[in-house]
Structures are given as C-alpha cells and as structure tokens.
Design a protein around this ligand. Sequence first.
Ligand code: GLN
Length: 288
Amino acid sequence: MLVREMIKLGESRLTKAHCMDPWLDAELIYYHITGADRVELFLRGREPVDEETQKRYFDLIARREQRIPLQHITGTQEFMGLNFQVNPNVLIPRQDTEILVEEAAKIIRGDNSKTHRRKAWKVLDLCCGSGAIGIALSRICENVKVTASDCSEPALETAKQNAKKNRVKLRFRQGDLYKAVGKRRYDLIASNPPYIRSHMIPILQDEVKLHEPMIALDGGEDGLDFYRRIISQAPDHLEKKGVLILEIGHDQAEDVTRLIRETGAFTKVFVRKDLAGHDRVVYASALY
Ligand code: GLN
C-alpha cells in the first residue's frame, strides 16, 4: 500500500464515522506517527508504507472512529503558539479562549485605557484546567505572578506539567473556586468556567460529550451557576480597581453583564467578540 492510499483509506473510514474534518485528521494522524510534515507527504506520497506503520496508523484511525478527539490521540493541543499536554481530565484549550488571553494581556501591558495601570500584576486563573490561560499569560507578560486553581486534582497535575513544559513558574492551588485561595486578593481574575446549559449537553459533538470532562462544561440549568458564584464573590478577591475577565457562551453576554452590574462593585462592563463574531469575553474593573 502506498502512503497516499493509506491516508485515503483512513479518510474514508473517518468520513463514515461522521468526523468533521476526515481528510485533515487522516493526515494529522499520519504526521503524528511518522513525524513527517506536509512537504514530506507531498514528496513521498507514492512510496510504499511498511506493515508496522500501517498497523500503527489504522490503530489510531480506529480510535478516532470512536470519536476520541484527535488531541487525545496525539496528547497535545496548540494554544497561543504554545504546546499543551491534554488528556480526558482537562478541557482541550479552544481557539476562542485566545481572545480572553489577548484581552487580559492588553490590560496587563497597560494598552487598555479603560483599566488601571500597575507595575506588577497578581493574577488568578480560576478553573484553570490544563493551565492554558495562566501559562500563556505568564509567557506573554513579564510583570505577572500567576496562581492557577482548579477543583480537580488531576487537572491541576496536568496544568503543573504544562507549566514545566512551557518553562514558566506558577502557583497551583486546589479547591472549589475561591476556597482554593483563602482570603487572597488579585489584580486580575481570569476564568473560563463551565458554562454549557445542562440540557444542551446531549446535543454537543460526540468528541466533546463523550470524551471531555463534564465538570469543565456543565454550567447548570441555565449555564450561569459558576458565573453567579465567581461574580458575587469576586469583590472579596480583587484589589482596588482589579479586573475580572471571563469567557462566556455566545448568548450569555447580557446575563453575565447583568450579574456583574448587580454586585454594584464594578465599573462599566465591556464585551469582546471572538473571531467568529460571537460575544466571547466580558471584563470589568472593581470600584473598591
Ligand atoms: N467553549 C466550550 C465548548 O463549546 C465550552 C467551554 C466551557 O464551558 N467553559 O465546548
């Protein structure tokens, strides 16, 4: 069998399994097992593949056919140009979340005129999962000291390994939301909490609903359970003029803005859209 033929066969199996990008996945699995890249595939597509490679290739195609996310097969996901180790204990970092990191970095660098400037920033990444937000911020900004917290012990373990892999030092704390950090206050609290409405979980893609951690996705009946708790307690954990920045579902801007306003403890709320044009991030500064 030739390389091209093998990949074509992989693609047709993934198409039948209703994978979203069968051709891309079939190629990426080939790159993963051989270490080849696109150019090499182009140059060697007509060469024969040995039995061993074929076996390894179709073993992974079989896993992908079960709708196991490609990132669980390769064990990694790129986020903000960095590599993150992922596994079923953590949400796979999404490109949408890069908007939150960019916005937070602008605030920290001081190019956001709506927020207060500071020399050094104590940052909390609440519900850190793989650590993507906190680790990316540590890499981008020099003047930050990041604490990453999560209720899940295995998620924190993954985040610790990701910090090491990306050569940054963070503080890690385990516990339910702010319980992880006691009475500590921060200059910026960033969070991508679970926000999917419970009754919407059954309609998520198989990759997500069968293989990603439910505790990272399920935001309760109206999807707002975590926002209620994070927002109402944020004033007790923010320094004066500290910033709360949250990822939200595309239709949650109004509700989350209202929750922030209801505390009476924040300035105007700002909303940012993701690359698809959906509301994705809200932030506001604490008054006191
Ligand atoms: N954006 C994620 C998804 O659609 C959900 C992330 C979350 O709940 N924080 O799968």
